[in-house]
Every structure is written in structure tokens, then in C-alpha cells.
Design a binder for this molecule. Structure first.
Ligand SMILES: *Cc1c(COP(=O)(O)O)cnc(C)c1O
Length: 460
């Protein structure tokens, strides 16, 4: 059964039909999977077949077997972790990315993909008010975007101390100090491990999880050697933003590189509503965000931004005889991210922004936060519910009395299936954590979420 190019049409048509069925089911289906991992492992337990199977049959079988085990992350009633759905233009263009199958490393080789990503990057800088000459790279997610910013920072602060880390590595290098808020995201700690920088020194935070300026000032005074400060725009539990302008100014006075992890919260910079909360954002040295969270493009897509493009390029570029560069002066896509071979994941970002426009992007972000506010207001009217944070963006942390009771209500809510929210621990307490990150969440979904929590409170 030899394959020929015409054989794409039928499996693609079936894939489109299965995808549409799935998307059509989102508004009404139970959010959590009907079957668990054991059941799914059984469903997929077949041996590797000896012979070929018709591609359309493969697609049909995949859709049928997977469906009971799919989490409806794209549902407007999904409020778990910080995830977001997929805007129609972003999803459809992501299919085109797969069909085009561009290996998006070199401007010379894949000019359409490179040009589209460059435009998407320029739009992001414009929307967020970041320096227009910054390097923008499209990574797998916020984790690797944090890696890019901190890798550029590591190279720059060691260079300033007279040490070329690209040439000499870290052995024998001046010891760098990394300062981060006590509620730093675990991915920042992870990438510091990748970078050989070890554990950061954690700086005390306030009741909303924001880094405390007095504690930062003390730590900066005590720090020796090359210095990196990792700040946060958007705390997972409260949505709060670190006091950026002052924290960045103080850090720069001590010669630090300042990186801002804004995996979901950086997008707030697109709206004047958060002008005060994000004041000074543009004075940092690097920023990480996700497009697969607040912007609602499909997985996976992060955005790594570095103000001094040369610092990113120095950390990430590589040379070999078969990389043909069209212009030595311009960074290729591979000079902005850790990977060489990768899909054109900036294209769905371009499509999302192209379809929303500036006002639509701002409306998306303000809409998520508005829904979070309504949800928090509705929840706080249910007896026995405590909203623990100031709801300043898309995140809500809720407790129901004792830790045991909060866990019981969270479990009752997940068993109920009408909505999905995740449990967590914050400020020494068990919490139910809610993230409003899906573009399609509407007032009815918010009301359904409030009802579902009220039911769980009554049942637990
Ligand atoms: C999600 C998140 C990350 C990690 O991003 P991934 O896309 O999961 O790699 C980092 N920081 C914060 C604050 C996040 O919310």
C-alpha cells in the first residue's frame, strides 16, 4: 500500500470532522474525562501492528479511543491551573503550520515562517509596550521563555565580570547570585538548574505574594558578584504583580540583570487598566510569557523577549557549515530560542492577533479579568466561602474553612464535573485555585461555576 500525495485529503477531512465534533461538544460536555488513565491505557493496549493501516482508519480509531479520556480544557467551564483554550484563527492556522511543516530555524530557508514570526513578535512588543528592538523568540512555553531570559542574563552578568561563559563554562566562574521572590514559579527554579545557577535566594513576599521591596533592598546590599533578579508579573495564586519599577531600579543600581516571569500576567500590559500595576515593566532586561495561556493559542507556545537582542543571540546562537545565513546582521529564528529544529509556533500567535486586532486583544484580557471578578463576587456570597486574594487579574484562591474541608469541597467539585478547578496550597493553607483563562468563558459559564461551587459546598 504505497502512499501518494493525494492520500492526504481523506484523512485530513476526517480529522477536521472529528475536531469539529470535539469542539462542538465543548459547551455542553462534562469537563473532566469520563475515563481514567488505567482505562485509557487499556484502550490503547494493542500491540504494534505488523502491517500497514489505512491513514483514515487510523484517524477514526484515534478519535474514538481518545474521546473518553480527553479533558475539556477548551471548555468555557475549565478553570484549572492556568491554561486557556484556542481561538478559532489560532487553531486553524496551527493546522496550516503542520501542513506546511516548515523547520523554522533560518530566515533564508523558511522566509514566510520567519517573516510571520517577526511580525507577530513586533506586534507583541507594541501591545505590551516593550522596547521595539528586543529579540522575540517562540519557545515551547513559559518555562523555556524563562530559560532564554535567564540564559541571556547569565551570559551578560558574567561577561560584565570579565568571564565568557560560552567559552569557559561555569567551572571557575565568579559565583553568580540569583534573587527571586518567595513565590517564584517552580519553572524559574527549574531553568536555574538547567543553567547551572543552583537555587535562588528567596526574598520575602507580602500577603498577595509580591516581592517585598525592603527585603529585596537588604538582599541586594548583601549580594556579591554577578547578580540576576527574577521578578514576577502575575502570581499563580493571586494574580498579583511585583512592584516592578522600584524593584527593577534598585536591582539595576546593583548591576543586576532583571528578568520578569509574566507567563500569563504579562498580557495585562496590553490594557491601560493595569498601567499602574505594571508601571516600569519596560525597564527590565528580559521577559517571559506564554501565548498558550492568556492569548489562547493552542499548545505549545511561549514567548521569550530580551531587550538587548545581542545578549539573547550570544547565549543561543550556534554555528555550523550547513546553516546558511541570509544576512549576518539579522538574527535567525534559531538565535532567539534554545531549539534548532522546531515548528512555526509564532504563526498561530500572528493569526490570533490578526483576528483580534488591538481592541479585541485588550477586550480578551479585560474580559478574562472581568469574569474572574464576577466569579469571585458570586463565590464570596456563598456562606462558608473565603476568597483569600485581592482579585486583580485572572486568578482566585478560595478556602472553605479548615484544610480538610477545602480538600473535601474541591473533591466534590471535581466529582460533580460541571466545571474544573484545581486544588493547591497558598499562604500556608489548602486552597481551591481558579484561573479564568479561556476566551470562550461567558456569563453563563461564570454562573455555572458559582452554582457548581455552591453544590459542592452543600454536598461536602
Ligand atoms: C505557567 C507558568 C510558567 C510555566 O509556563 P509553561 O508554559 O507551563 O512552561 C511559568 N511561570 C508562571 C507564573 C506560570 O503561570
Amino acid at each position: 500500500m504505497p502512499l501518494s500525495p493525494e492520500e492526504y485529503r481523506e484523512p485530513l477531512a476526517h480529522a477536521a470532522a472529528h475536531a469539529a465534533d470535539w469542539l462542538d461538544s465543548l459547551p455542553s460536555r462534562r469537563v473532566s474525562p469520563r475515563e481514567n488513565i488505567g482505562q485509557l491505557e487499556s484502550a490503547f493496549a494493542m500491540r504494534l501492528p505488523e502491517g500497514q493501516t489505512d491513514p483514515t482508519e487510523v484517524v477514526d480509531e484515534l478519535a474514538r479511543l481518545a474521546e473518553p479520556g480527553l479533558m475539556a480544557i477548551g471548555s468555557g467551564r475549565f478553570f484549572g491551573w492556568v491554561m486557556g483554550g484556542a481561538l478559532p484563527a489560532a487553531l486553524a492556522s496551527d493546522w496550516m503550520v503542520s501542513a506546511w511543516d516548515q523547520n523554522n530555524g533560518l530566515r533564508y530557508a523558511t522566509p514566510a515562517a520567519a517573516a510571520i514570526e517577526e511580525r507577530a513578535g513586533a506586534w507583541i512588543l507594541d501591545l505590551l509596550g516593550l522596547p521595539p528592538a528586543s529579540s522575540v523568540g517562540f519557545t515551547t512555553g513559559g518555562t523555556m521563555a524563562n530559560f532564554v531570559g535567564l540564559a541571556a542574563g547569565r551570559g551578560a552578568v558574567l561577561e560584565a565580570a570579565g568571564w565568557n561563559v560560552n567559552r569557559h563554562g561555569l567551572t571557575g566562574a565568579p559565583r553568580a547570585t540569583v534573587l527571586a521572590g518567595a513565590e517564584v514559579h517552580s519553572s524559574v527554579e527549574l531553568v536555574l538548574r538547567y543553567l547551572g545557577l543552583g537555587e535562588p535566594t528567596l526574598i520575602a513576599s507580602d500577603d498577595q505574594g509580591r516581592i517585598r521591596l525592603d527585603a529585596l533592598a537588604d538582599a541586594l546590599d548583601a549580594a556579591t558578584g554577578p547578580l540576576i533578579v527574577a521578578l514576577q508579573a502575575g502570581n499563580l495564586h493571586s494574580g498579583a504583580f511585583d512592584p516592578l519599577r522600584e524593584a527593577i531600579r534598585m536591582s539595576h543600581e546593583h548591576g543586576a540583570w532583571v528578568h520578569v516571569d509574566g507567563a500569563f500576567g504579562l498580557w495585562a500590559a496590553a490594557s491601560p487598566r493595569w498601567g499602574d500595576a505594571l508601571d516600569g515593566l519596560e525597564t527590565a532586561d528580559s521577559w517571559a510569557t506564554d501565548a498558550h495561556k492568556t492569548l489562547n493559542v493552542p499548545y505549545d507556545c511561549g514567548v521569550a523577549i530580551v531587550a538587548r537582542a545581542g545578549a539573547a543571540r550570544s547565549a543561543l546562537t550556534s554555528h555550523t557549515s550547513y546553516f546558511i545565513r541570509d544576512d549576518a546582521g539579522v538574527a535567525d529564528p534559531m538565535d532567539r530560542v534554545p531549539e534548532l529544529s522546531r515548528r512555526s509556533r509564532g504563526i498561530p500567535v500572528w493569526a490570533a492577533l490578526r483576528s483580534l486586532g488591538r481592541s479585541g486583544t485588550v477586550a480578551l484580557i479585560e474580559g478574562l479579568a472581568g469574569n474572574a471578578r464576577s466569579l469571585a463576587e458570586g463565590l464570596s456570597e456563598i456562606p462558608g466561602v473565603e476568597v483569600l486574594n485581592d482579585v486583580v487579574f485572572t486568578q482566585i484562591s478560595v478556602a472553605f474553612g479548615s484544610d480538610e474541608r477545602t480538600k473535601a469541597v474541591t473533591q466534590a467539585l471535581i466529582d460533580d464535573g460541571a466545571v474544573w478547578m484545581s486544588g493547591s496550597r497558598w499562604a500556608g493553607r489548602e486552597v481551591l485555585r481558579i484561573s479564568v483563562s479561556n476566551w470562550s468563558t461567558d456569563a453563563a459559564d461564570v454562573a455555572a461555576a458559582i452554582d457548581a461551587v455552591a453544590r459542592a459546598v452543600a454536598r461536602a
